[in-house]
Write a protein that binds this ligand. Structure first.
Ligand SMILES: Cc1cc2nc3c(=O)[nH]c(=O)nc-3n(C[C@H](O)[C@H](O)[C@H](O)COP(=O)(O)O)c2cc1C
Length: 343
């Protein structure tokens, strides 16, 4: 399973012709097409030609390793795998399960590859803080509780949208979307601490609210570019990472096209322990992702009502996204929902 190629195959309905692009990108796109067609020798030749430019990416090194393995060139394949890991490839499951790499999975050289990945993963894990450091706070405008689009119209017309107009989003719009996702709608006297402020727009098993939401602001009027954690209880943003992080978020998500034009993105993580403390393994296996689905659908529907496009993105490298957002150690990233005005 070659990740970037698979992402393209599964999710993107309209793929730009490779011949329209130039240089490195054109070569690797063509190489991906050859991989999909299992033309391993042609794919490998295209990757090798692309790398001669001095450009590379961990996915492209990984894909070249797959082609090399399929062609019975283990030396080349191991060497590309090590290069991929050095450049940032972090997908352990993929490494261990990808059928393309079947012939490589024994002996000392394979062990060297898995050890290199393990070292890299441990080094990155160590960089995440245990708790969220305080950052500058931005008050969000109060959400509106009425609108002109019916629930039925939103349900009927909602679609995943992957390309957006250049116009910025406003602070009021991102405020509305965050509130729809996870805003507090009912406070409770003497509520237990785990409720963290009150019941919300989205249901949650046992009201454990395992999700955390971030707003990646790329082009939002009145909000400097950066990554912000959404504090539902106070309906505020707190900055976790300064500056425009479009490149980092996009790279974490295998450079899927929607990040080129998005003005912002809501990024979800979960602290599984919040659900597991009550529900154990059932909390991990089922409830956290059910909670996520409820909240993300709210975003789809609210976005439609605001003439904003979005798409649920589940394909990304967890640790790179976690790092890009300034997440804490216990959080696991789950979804990215890019946002932008409908064209
Ligand atoms: C769990 C999940 C993961 C998804 N991941 C991606 C993704 O990584 N990239 C993408 O372009 N679309 C992604 N999608 C969107 C689906 O492709 C989309 O929902 C589907 O094609 C149906 O289209 P619709 O949402 O317009 O009804 C994902 C959807 C779900 C539910």
């Amino acid at each position: 399973m070659r990740m970037r190629a698979v992402v393209l195959a599964l999710f993107v309905l309209g793929i730009a012709s490779a011949s329209l692009a130039q240089g490195y990108d054109a070569l690797v796109r063509e190489a991906e097409t050859k991989l999909m067609a299992q033309k391993w020798d042609e794919a490998l030749a295209l990757y090798e030609q692309a790398f001669k430019s001095g450009e590379f990416s961990y996915n492209d090194f990984y894909n070249a390793a797959c082609a090399g393995a399929r062609l019975g060139k283990p030396d080349l394949a191991y060497s590309y795998l090590l290069k991929a890991i050095d450049a940032g490839f972090l997908e352990r499951d993929q490494l261990n399960q990808d059928p393309d790499l079947e012939t490589l999975r024994s002996g000392a050289r394979w062990q060297a590859v898995t050890a290199a990945l393990q070292l890299k993963l441990e080094a990155i894990e160590k960089t995440f803080p245990e708790s969220r450091p305080a950052g500058p706070v931005i008050e969000l405008p109060a959400p509106r509780f009425d609108g002109t689009v019916s629930v039925e119209a939103a349900l009927k017309n909602r679609r995943s949208i992957r390309s957006y107009a250049a116009a910025p989003l406003t602070l009021a719009e991102v405020s509305q979307l965050l509130w729809a996702a996870y805003g507090i709608t009912q406070t409770r006297e003497n509520a237990p601490a785990f409720i963290r402020g009150g019941l919300r727009t989205a249901p949650s098993a046992g009201a454990r609210y395992p999700l955390d939401l971030y707003l990646a602001a790329f082009n939002v009027t009145g909000l400097p570019p950066g990554i912000y954690w959404y504090d539902s209880e106070k309906h505020q943003l707190m900055r976790t990472v300064e500056g425009d992080r479009r490149k980092e978020v996009s790279e974490a998500a295998f450079n899927q096209g929607m990040f080129e034009t998005a003005s912002a993105a809501i990024i979800y993580s979960a602290v599984y322990e919040r659900s597991m403390v009550k529900y154990g393994q059932r909390g991990r296996d089922r409830y956290v992702c059910m909670d996520l689905g409820h909240s993300a659908e709210n975003v789809y529907l609210q976005a439609y009502a605001l003439k904003i496009g979005t798409v649920a993105v589940g394909a990304f490298t967890d640790l790179w996204l976690k790092k890009a957002c300034g997440m804490t150690r216990p959080e696991e990233p789950l979804y990215i929902m890019p946002l932008g005005k409908v064209e």
